[in-house]
Design a binder for this molecule. Structure first.
Ligand SMILES: [Ca+2]
Length: 198
């Protein structure tokens, strides 16, 4: 699988902090040291404690109705994301996350994330029906989502068939995580998230 087939994965949370303080809510903007450590453990230390505090502020800004989790609508309420939309599969993964899950989601984009961690994340993006196997149809759906109308359905099928064949798989193969590790293991994946620390 060529690098051009990978989703372009980068998120910027920097512009969120321009939202008013009011939107943060009062009680929800507090994290105890215990909470911070728990979240840090949950994301396998992909973020520093300071980054987690900063992410929590962003999370509270996103969670406009203070219900403890964010919806994809709330995510899209940020003008920059609406203009430059995240793919549907990423949005689907973000929908309904609580803070701990939100940090775990973002941890694949951390510079401290391992290659294995990043590949697992990409596998999830491609496994559009979440059954632990990535089929030709899963990939087509993910690519349709990622490439939009830039290429036709027929071109997409042709290119995908060719890429699979070059990697040694038939069109009816089901790829599991270890196949992704094999294919992407040497690709020098770049995934980044920008987290401003105040
Ligand atoms: Ca699947």
């Amino acid at each position: 699988m060529q690098c051009s087939f990978l989703p372009s994965l980068s998120l910027s949370l920097s512009h969120i902090h321009t939202l008013s303080q009011e939107a943060m809510g009062n009680t929800s903007s507090m994290l105890t040291q215990y909470d911070i450590e728990e979240v840090q453990q949950h994301c396998k230390h992909a973020f520093t404690q300071q980054e987690i505090v900063s992410l929590y502020q962003r999370f509270c800004q996103l969670d406009r109705n203070n219900c403890g989790f964010i919806s994809s609508d709330e995510f899209l309420s940020i003008p920059e994301f609406a203009v430059n939309p995240l793919s549907q599969s990423l949005l689907r993964m973000l929908d309904g996350l609580n803070f701990k899950e939100f940090v775990a989601f973002l941890s694949a984009f951390s510079p401290r994330a391992t290659l294995q961690h990043k590949i697992q994340f990409i596998f999830k993006v491609y496994d559009t029906d979440c059954n632990g196997k990535v089929t030709f149809h899963d990939m087509l759906r993910a690519l349709r989502d990622l490439s939009g109308s830039f290429i036709s359905e027929q071109q997409r099928e042709e290119v995908l068939t060719q890429v699979l064949e070059e990697a040694g798989y038939a069109k009816d193969s089901s790829l599991v995580l270890s196949d992704f590790v094999k294919i992407l293991g040497n690709s020098g994946l770049k995934m980044e998230v920008e987290i401003p620390v105040d």
